[in-house]
Design a protein around this ligand. Structure first.
Ligand SMILES: C[S@@+](CC[C@H](N)C(=O)[O-])C[C@H]1O[C@@H](n2cnc3c(N)ncnc32)[C@H](O)[C@@H]1O
Length: 264
């Protein structure tokens, strides 16, 4: 399958705006991605610009498609950058619906600041082009796991009537998701950590299940070590990654190759 001039189920070494310009309109079902945080880093001579990325994403998303944008703020001189919010406001300004602001809570985080509580979260903005066309809610067991219980029902005449109540065995998750990070948490692929900023495989997995169906196209415009692509493949979605660094593109291709060989 070809998308623009890209063979699907592949990761490309290309700057993502340049790459997306080669896509037709309305062709992507889901994006799960994470931009570089705050520092205006220069990647192979290119300065990260979230505005052009957001505009191009809006063009290529299908109606009802979802963009999950995972981002944290840097603290400089005791002041939080609020880059995350600036980006979210821009996505909204150009037409995305801010469907949800979810929290990615890290189970294990080092203590960093002497005069503030330890920061343990990042944002997972869920932007949609119109209302999301797919929602497969993840569930968790209820406290008593559906066991019947006796409920006291006091009526206005003061008479107590015992009625049988039944708990539902499961309920939809809240929008705060927590994950262990680091080796054995984010992934067991040791060499993935040659990339400095990977997000957990489970995080990508959970969003892919929630906002897409089998054979949908999942795209990561800043694919880093290839976490989203790996989880898309594992869950029988079509995937496409773009990465500006040659080194990380090669790392992610190797990761996908090793993993694919394990599947068969
Ligand atoms: C936070 S990392 C993504 C990590 C990824 N989610 C993972 O789990 O490995 C951001 C990545 O975006 C890449 N990047 C930055 N600007 C880019 C651009 N304009 N086009 C493509 N990739 C870009 C960087 O090289 C970096 O690998």
């Amino acid at each position: 399958m070809i998308l623009g001039c890209f063979e699907i189920d592949n990761i490309y070494h290309i700057e993502c705006v340049e790459g997306m310009k080669k896509f037709p309109e309305d062709c992507i079902d889901l994006v799960v991605t994470s931009p570089p945080y705050d520092d205006l880093r220069i990647y192979n001579g290119y300065i990260f610009n979230y505005e052009t990325i957001a505009i191009e994403l809006f063009r290529v998303m299908k109606s009802g498609g979802v963009v999950v944008w995972v981002v944290g703020d840097k603290v400089k001189n005791g002041n939080r950058s609020l880059t995350s919010f600036k980006q979210a406001l821009f996505f909204q300004k150009i037409g995305f619906n801010v469907h949800d602001i979810m929290i990615y809570q890290k189970k294990n985080t080092p203590f960093m600041r002497s005069n503030a509580y330890t920061n343990c979260y990042e944002f997972m903005f869920v932007f949609s082009k119109g209302s999301p066309k797919t929602f497969n809610p993840l569930k968790t067991k209820t406290a008593r796991n559906g066991i019947e219980r006796l409920v006291s029902n006091k009526r206005s005449d003061g008479v107590n009537r015992k009625v049988l109540g039944e708990l539902k065995p499961e309920k939809t998750l809240t929008n705060i998701w927590d994950y262990a990070v680091g080796l054995g948490g984010s992934t067991n692929d040791k060499y993935a950590f040659e990339h400095p900023a990977i997000f957990p495989e489970k995080l990508a997995h959970d969003h892919i299940i929630s906002w897409s169906n089998e054979n949908d196209i999942v795209f990561d415009p800043m694919s880093g070590s290839g976490t989203t692509c790996k989880m898309a493949k594992l869950n029988n979605r079509r995937y496409l990654g773009m990465e500006i660094s040659k080194e990380y593109t090669e790392l992610s291709k190797k990761r996908l190759e090793v993993f694919s060989n394990q599947l068969f």
